[in-house]
Design a protein around this ligand. Structure first.
Ligand code: ZN
Length: 160
């Protein structure tokens, strides 16, 4: 049952408002496409972007969520201020939260696999042999290490 629902929402794109930047980073770790709001964007700008780029706006602001609905833009109102609860709210809304390295957690750029960690000098020796990804937009490197396993655990817990 959950599998078919996940297929439906797989290609959904999001726009997070400034109150949800932390949640946005977690969503990107799950491979979701989540845009940051441009500097200085106000509520009207967010609605315009959501409409123009066909993104679902994520916000904790009820007034903004209502304005979004009135404008015909997709919106998910997040009720909790707690990250775990926020992730659960998204999971309940059908958002896939499996760890999936496709998006840079900082800038939302696409990640490309760039080999294994022994090719990089400054990685911890204990992380040798793990797969590496590089953000095509900002160049940040990602690899599977202890931090990664912590993230995976948390996301798996959300899915229970
Ligand atoms: Zn990046």
């Amino acid at each position: 049952m959950r599998t078919s629902f996940q297929t439906v929402v797989k290609d959904r794109r999001y726009l997070a408002d400034l109150m949800l930047m932390r949640l946005a980073r977690w969503l990107r770790m799950a491979g979701q496409d989540v845009s940051n709001p441009p500097d200085g964007a106000d509520d009207s700008d967010l609605i315009k972007i959501a409409l123009a780029e066909e993104r679902t706006l994520l916000t904790r602001d009820k007034v903004l969520a209502q304005r979004c609905e009135n404008a015909g833009a997709a919106c998910l109102l997040i009720r909790s201020s707690d990250l775990d609860d926020q992730l659960s709210e998204l999971e309940n809304a059908g958002v896939r939260l499996d760890l999936n390295p496709e998006r840079c957690t900082l800038c939302n750029g696409p990640l490309e696999e760039v080999g294994e960690s022994e090719t990089i000098d400054d990685l911890d020796r204990s992380e040798e042999g793990s797969t590496l990804w590089r953000c095509e937009r900002c160049g940040k490197l990602y690899w599977q290490g202890s931090h990664w396993r912590g993230i995976k655990k948390r996301l798996e817990r959300m899915g229970e």
